[in-house]
Design a protein around this ligand. Structure first.
Ligand code: SF4
Length: 201
């Protein structure tokens, strides 16, 4: 398996914000989102046992399976091995691919993406992931982003996360608009990238 990195930190976003977790970041993605802030191209080949061994070095039971797009490489046997050691698996996916056969994960956060090849005619990239615990949408403050599209997707929890524009003034505008949208549409909750606020990974 090609792994971009494995590290220990706090989960910065979504339902499990603040939870100490080992992040297993798989290399490779099937999409190319304009706002992507993840280097997913590079990586080292690691065996499942090497991955498990590195995860077990840390004291938490929480493991974030992320990427890139982890469904490109995740295997049932890796899930089973981590579960056998009592680990709780949380996956972050763009939802465009089904879970590989036999994979059991405990919590699925899906961040659906928009096709933005033609900015004025953006549509949701179709979802293939079966079950979603948490739907997390990056709020872009764009006229062509229709948040109502996402409300049709079945999920247990809905979170809006302000897009990081790498510009403090622009970010504050987007945060204000995100909060305002949530106050008007209370099925959504706010997700912040708290790891960036705190200056941790
Ligand atoms: S799906 Fe995620 S990792 Fe892939 S390009 Fe989009 S933001 Fe980046």
């Amino acid at each position: 398996m090609k792994i971009n990195e494995i590290f220990y930190s706090l989960q910065g976003e979504g339902h499990y914000t603040g939870t100490p977790a080992v992040f297993v970041r798989f290399a490779g993605c099937n999409l190319r989102c304009w706002f992507c802030d993840t280097n997913f191209e590079t990586g080292l080949e690691m065996s499942e046992d090497e991955i498990v061994s590195k995860v077990l070095k840390y004291p938490t039971r929480y493991v974030v399976i992320t990427g890139g797009e982890p469904t490109l490489q995740l295997s049932a046997s890796l899930c089973d091995k981590l579960h056998a050691h009592g680990r709780y698996l949380m996956m972050e996916t763009n939802g465009t691919r089904p879970l590989p056969e036999g994979c059991l994960v405990d919590w699925i956060t899906c961040s659906p993406k928009l096709s933005n090849i033609v900015k004025e005619k953006r549509e949701l990239v179709p979802l293939s992931i079966g079950h979603i615990d948490e739907l997390k949408v990056v709020f872009e403050d764009s006229e062509s982003q229709d948040i109502a599209l996402y409300e049709e997707i079945p999920a247990s929890e809905y979170r809006l996360q302000p897009c990081d524009m790498q510009d403090p003034q622009r970010n504050q505008e987007i945060i204000d608009k995100t909060i305002n949208y949530i106050l008007q549409h209370p099925q959504w909750k706010l997700s912040l990238q708290t790891h960036k606020i705190l200056g941790v990974r």
